[in-house]
Design a protein around this ligand. Structure first.
Ligand code: SF4
Length: 185
């Protein structure tokens, strides 16, 4: 437990000082992640939006509220999960992070997985998949379980996509219900 917390502190310091890609210029408050350490569930999103950047917390805007709703379908709450994004700094006009930016930030993801030591990573959206080196589309593999460095990965859509598109919403609801089943295994 102590080792995990030490790793988490190291990670915070590293992210605060990181200039590995040009996105550092847009960073206001550092987002490391939120949730218990260690934790069985590691939820991985994209990158901070405007509100997240102001407050230094992941998923605090509308997508965050939507995530809470999805979590309740899985029988989970924020207090039980670890939550973070694949890219730690915001992008201009909230564009999708580039492959180069995702790669530059991946060192933090690996360190964080070591600290949190989850049983399951929930990859939400294409950027999360790319960060986990899974070369496939969410539309093709959502609801399935894959693997990253020996850890199981459950694939689903990003909550923002589920919030905006009714067709995706339906699949997203089904995925999160499956996640409930996963806990009961
Ligand atoms: S996005 Fe990641 S790699 Fe780029 S500056 Fe921020 S912390 Fe560093």
């Amino acid at each position: 437990m102590e080792v995990n917390l030490k790793l988490a502190d190291e990670l915070k310091e590293k992210i605060e000082n990181c200039r590995k890609c040009s996105l550092w210029r847009f960073r206001k408050k550092v987002i490391v992640g939120e949730g218990p350490i260690p934790s069985d569930f590691f939820f991985l999103g994209q990158n901070p939006g405007k509100m997240e950047n102001e407050l230094g917390r992941p998923f605090v805007g509308r997508a965050g509220k939507y995530l809470d709703k999805l979590l309740s379908l899985a029988g989970l709450s924020r207090e039980e999960i670890y939550l973070t994004g694949a890219v730690r700094c915001p992008t201009p006009r909230n564009r999708r992070p580039t492959t180069k930016e995702i790669k530059a930030c991946s060192e933090f993801l690996k360190l964080q997985l070591k600290a949190v030591n989850p049983k399951l990573i929930v990859a939400m959206g294409g950027v999360a998949l790319e960060a986990l080196q899974i070369k496939n589309k969410v539309t093709k593999i959502h609801g399935k379980i894959l693997e990253f460095r020996g850890i199981k990965v459950f694939v689903t859509f990003h909550p923002s996509a589920a919030m905006r598109f009714p067709k995706i919403r339906k699949h997203s609801f089904e995925d999160f219900k499956k996640l409930r089943d996963f806990q009961n295994r």
